[in-house]
Structures are given as C-alpha cells and as structure tokens.
Design a protein around this ligand. Structure first.
Ligand SMILES: [Zn+2]
Length: 228
C-alpha cells in the first residue's frame, strides 16, 4: 500500500466539482474575477473579487443556480420564499419557481435607521407571514450575515419558522443563527495587507479598478422633466 495517495472522500470531491462549476458560471456573468491582484476599499489586497450587482444579470444562469438551491430544499415543504435586495429577489423568484411546494415570493426592504441596518416588511406582505408559515430565506452573497440574521428575526418575530437559507455565495467564516445554510459556493477571499502581499512582492500590477469605480464614477440617472 506504500506510495498510494490517500483516496479523497467521493462526496467531498463531488462538492468540490460542483463548486468549480458554479464559480465558472459566475465568472461568465463577469461578476467573479479570479487570479487578479485587486485593491479593496479597505486598502487590503486580494486575488479574487465579486461584483454583486452583476451576479444575476444572465437569466438562464440565475434560473439554473436557483434550480440547484430549490432541489436542495425540495424535501422540505416551503410556503414562502423571503429575500431582500434586488439581486436576491431575482434569485428567490427562480428558487420558488423550481421548488415542488410552489411557494409564494415576498421581499423586505433594506434600510438604515440611526446608523443601524434594518429590514422592513411592506404591510401588504405581513398577513402572509403568519404563525406556522414555513419560510425559505434566499440571499445572493452572504458576507457578514447581518442581513440574514435580521431576516430570521423578522420571520420569528411574526411566529413563522425558517426552514433554511439558500444562497449563491457564502464567506466560510459567516455563522448564521443555527439554521441550515446551503450555498453554491462557500469561499473566503484571501486578503493581505500591502506590506505582506505576495503579489506585490512578485511585482504583479495592482488592479485599482473596483475602488476607482466606487469612488469616482457616479451611477447613471435620469429625472422626470419639470412640468409647467
Ligand atoms: Zn498586493
């Protein structure tokens, strides 16, 4: 037996392969940048970057990925899918469409109140979240887990129950209040201080595009003309 490489657990190998496929899909939307040398708004450097707003721009990809999340939760009855934010809402539609329970889709609105993040549920939706309602939460990217924990609190405050959480991407370090979380990609970006960055040491040019974009470019907007 000497010299034989230890066999990898086939379940782990399959998960690895699936994650690679999902990353490839995200790369094709233009949202995921790998093997780069990126300046982050924090001043740190990283090799990978994801542009959240681009993640759900390809309907067929979003439908496919939403279908994978729905399949994972297919064994549990779900009455309602809840999300917040435009990207997560697009994805949640795709998840709900593919789930055998045919759940309805509702959404909360993200906002700030005295410097603290909050999620508000429109009044029209409140009667749909009742004691006993089985809720699947859907997110696009989970980086800190704050939004998810607010959504969980909202659901439980109304007496409903969270069946689980489905998302496209989760940073591995994020803990979500003891709910089953299923993510298509579970990954942390390695981040470095400039002084300790191995890419700087190798002389790889620094990509400042994403920081410049948020700092110097303004979003496009149009306005209704003044009526006279
Ligand atoms: Zn660097």
């Amino acid at each position: 037996m000497s010299g034989a490489a230890p066999k990898k657990d086939p379940v782990a190998v399959e998960a690895e392969v699936r994650e690679k496929i999902h990353l490839e899909i995200l790369k094709r939307t233009g949202a995921y940048h790998a093997n780069d040398h990126v300046l982050l708004p924090s001043g740190q450097h990283t090799t990978e970057y994801i542009e959240k707003t681009l993640v759900t721009t390809e309907p067929s990809f979003t439908e496919g990925l939403g279908g994978v999340i729905a399949k994972h939760f297919a064994q549990w009855p779900v009455d309602l899918v809840l999300s917040t934010g435009p990207g997560a809402l697009i994805l949640s539609h795709c998840v709900a469409r593919a789930h055998p329970s045919r759940p309805i889709v509702i959404y909360g609105a993200k906002g700030l109140s005295r410097g603290k993040r909050r999620v508000t549920l429109p009044v029209e939706f409140q009667r749909l979240l009742r004691p006993g309602t089985r809720v699947l939460l859907v997110e696009d990217l989970v980086s800190s887990g704050t939004t998810l924990n607010l959504l969980i609190e909202l659901v439980e405050h109304l007496g409903a129950q969270v069946v689980g959480v489905g998302c496209l991407w989760r940073r591995t370090s994020v803990e979500v209040d003891s709910k089953p979380v299923f993510s298509l990609v579970s990954r942390d970006f390695p981040t470095y201080d400039p002084e300790e960055c191995p890419l700087c040491r190798k002389g790889v040019p620094l990509n400042e595009e994403f920081v410049k974009r948020s700092g110097h470019r303004r979003p496009s907007s149009v306005q209704e003309p003044n009526s006279s």
